[in-house]
Design a protein around this ligand. Sequence first.
Ligand code: GUN
Length: 283
Amino acid sequence: MAAEIIDGKKVSADIKAELAAEVTELKAKGIEPCLAVVLVGEDPASQVYVRNKEEACDLVGIKSIKHTLPVSTGQEELLSLVNQLNDDLSVNGILVQLPLPKHIDEHAVLLAIDPAKDVDGFHPINVGGLMIGEAPFQPCTPSGMIELLKRYNVEMTGAKAVVIGRSNIVGKPVAMLLLHNNATVEICHSKTRDLAGETRQADILIAAIGRPKFVTADMVKPGAAVIDVGVNRTEAGLCGDVDFESVKEVAGAITPVPGGVGPMTIAMLMRNSVAAARQQAGI
Ligand code: GUN
């Protein structure tokens, strides 16, 4: 039997509708959530992401402020904008779109963002909070994946979860969130011996490698839930890290690309932005 297709677009729309109702209530109390997005340079993919974020803000009722800076912007100039946004009481969330131009120290910029406004969850304070289960903001892509598993009733407690990929923004944090949800978690990577042997044991398989169609049907346990984080632009168009056509015949549930994890990242950003407004208003 072919896998159930996990519809991230629909779940994202549901969450945005839930948040829109919440924002209406907050506005009645005089609280207007506001997200500042900073884009440096003209990377086409980043421009699309930023536009999608602005559209989501409009839909949910969050005020969005966009700061577009030229690629030549110096680090001090960017840091001074971040500091200005930190100090601006009308701004609840700050997102600096990554990647930044090579001459800017990304770590220094993420470190400069007030952790209370860090809706990406990338500040080391919030990364540490994630480890101990006390982060005010969970990183958006990992929390979006967990939300999909929950809404599709994929049992995490006691399940064996295998994450392929160990990046700071996806692999490591999603492993931690799976652990908090009582899964038995393994992180695999390019140096893992017998990768297919490991992935074949997974009840939940997370593909966050960055290589098109890397996960093939023979690497998947029959009935497993397969979550594909890959966004690979190939000559044949957009594809994930999972060979969707073959894997969907083996898996129990699977996310497509596009329309799986991608829309969830934005929904979770909206959720974090509303949470930031609540936290700063003390409600
Ligand atoms: N670039 C790609 N994904 C992201 C994200 O989730 N947040 C930020 N700030 N930049 C990104």
